[in-house]
Design a protein around this ligand. Structure first.
Ligand SMILES: [Zn+2]
Ligand SMILES: [Zn+2]
Ligand SMILES: [Zn+2]
Length: 152
């Protein structure tokens, strides 16, 4: 991987407020209550705070210096989706995270596949996929393409 700096990335454009550190921009969107620190900025479709390309609580964990491998999830110990208070956050593996939210992901998918082992694919953004359904879906779409060739 090579990184080629552009004018944008190096902040050479004088009209851009690049001198303002990202850290401050983040905290501008946080409302601190006595318990949780609530994110007041953008939200994603799952109700989590969004800061640029990542969730606000994930960014907060990074800013707090928590060790956060890209595959790992950030769990709210307080259960408040918009909370970004570092001591309410916990870095967990996708598997650990699943056991912390037993009701969020079913044990069996809508097509009856087992979701307790390898068949469950967890993504860092909180979404999950049934590998078997995913495989069947891909197979089906291939077959559809093929049959349309045959009939046409
Ligand atoms: Zn909290
Ligand atoms: Zn969680
Ligand atoms: Zn399935």
């Amino acid at each position: 991987m090579s990184f080629i700096p552009t004018a944008r990335a190096t902040g050479l454009n004088p009209h851009r407020r690049s001198h303002q550190p990202k850290r401050n921009r983040f905290w501008e969107h946080v409302h601190k209550t006595e318990t949780c620190w609530l994110w007041t900025g953008m939200q994603n479709d799952k109700g989590y705070g969004q800061f640029g390309k990542i969730t606000a609580h994930r960014r907060s964990a990074q800013l707090a210096g928590l060790e956060l491998p890209s595959r790992y999830h950030v769990h709210h110990t307080c259960g408040v989706k918009l909370c970004v208070r570092p001591d309410h956050l916990m870095v967990v593996s996708p598997t650990e995270h699943r056991t912390l939210h037993p009701s969020r992901i079913p044990l069996i998918c809508t097509h009856g596949h087992d979701l307790t082992g390898h068949n469950l694919k967890l993504k860092a953004n909180g979404y999950w996929i049934c590998r078997e359904c995913d495989r069947l879906r891909k197979k089906r779409s291939r077959r559809r393409t093929l049959s349309s060739f045959q009939s046409g």
